[in-house]
Design a binder for this molecule. Structure first.
Ligand SMILES: C[S@@+](CC[C@H](N)C(=O)[O-])C[C@H]1O[C@@H](n2cnc3c(N)ncnc32)[C@H](O)[C@@H]1O
Length: 250
């Protein structure tokens, strides 16, 4: 799992202004479509991400920064499963509004705070968080290397990053079936239900251009993480990646 491959300098990603607008356009249907299009497997994946943190003996004093937090599902899960304080951050106001409603409805406004910030230019001091999480967000960053270096910066030395992202299915038949579903079925269903065509065409293309498991691991190591590893979820349709900020960084 810790095997690394040589990585080229990362390709620039999508334009932030377009990404923000795209999520603003679908914020009202985002949760429904996430669960519907994944048959609710996304909930299981997020729980697996929280289990990685659980395995690192968090204490009640630890604070988790959930980047690209969107409508807050991972931030809520981190708090529900581990009782940690969470800062959920995103640069798309309509997504944060949805998150805020869910947090208030759950009576968790004092435990989960929200911040409207750009993941590539975080307003937090160095070494502010014991944990950083990001689910289905890294792929959307214009600069993956810049995103990872911001994550290193805001983590305490010895703190952990957990990434949940779509990845490369490792079983050929699943790869083929998933590719058909992702390229032909999902864009049509997504467009039909959300009333917006672009976001659900963007989704498969952004996954295709995102680094596969080993390449992302190499990028994490290059960014300053150690103990880097990953685990495939659902045959690699998604993957969990983790790494620890070097204790010698300070
Ligand atoms: C696919 S959603 C994921 C939301 C949530 N983490 C989840 O698990 O459902 C991606 C989110 O990343 C946010 N995002 C993309 N680029 C960002 C950036 N540079 N800074 C902050 N948020 C960003 C978008 O606004 C969107 O809410």
């Amino acid at each position: 799992m810790n095997e690394t491959v040589k990585s080229e300098s990362p390709r620039p990603g999508p334009e932030p202004r377009l990404v923000r607008q795209m999520f603003a356009d679908i914020a009202h249907r985002y949760d429904f479509l996430n669960h519907f299009l994944s048959l609710s497997v996304d909930r299981y994946w997020r729980r697996q991400a929280v289990r990685v943190i659980a395995g690192r003996s968090p204490t009640p004093a630890d604070v988790c920064l959930d980047l690209c937090s969107g409508t807050g599902d991972l931030a809520l899960e981190v708090h529900r499963m581990l009782k940690l304080s969470v800062v959920g951050s995103d640069f798309c106001h309509p997504m944060l509004i949805r998150s805020n409603v869910k947090i208030r409805d759950a009576g968790l406004a004092s435990s989960i705070r929200l911040a409207e910030v750009d993941a590539l230019d975080l307003p937090f001091r160095d070494s502010s968080f014991k944990f950083v999480t990001i689910a289905f967000g890294l792929r959307n960053l214009e600069r993956l290397d810049r995103g990872l270096s911001e994550m290193v910066r805001v983590l305490e030395p010895g703190g952990s990053l957990v990434i949940l992202e779509f990845s490369r299915p490792v079983i050929p038949i699943i790869r083929e079936l998933f590719s058909l579903y992702f390229s032909y079925v999902l864009p049509r269903l997504g467009a039909l239900i959300s009333g917006k065509k672009d976001p659900y065409q963007y989704l498969p293309s952004s996954v295709r251009r995102f680094p596969a498991q080993k390449e992302l691991s190499s990028l994490m190591t290059a960014a300053g993480f150690e103990e880097v590893g990953y685990r495939n979820l659902t045959a690699g349709i998604a993957a969990l990646h983790w790494g620890v900020k070097r204790r010698s960084e300070m």
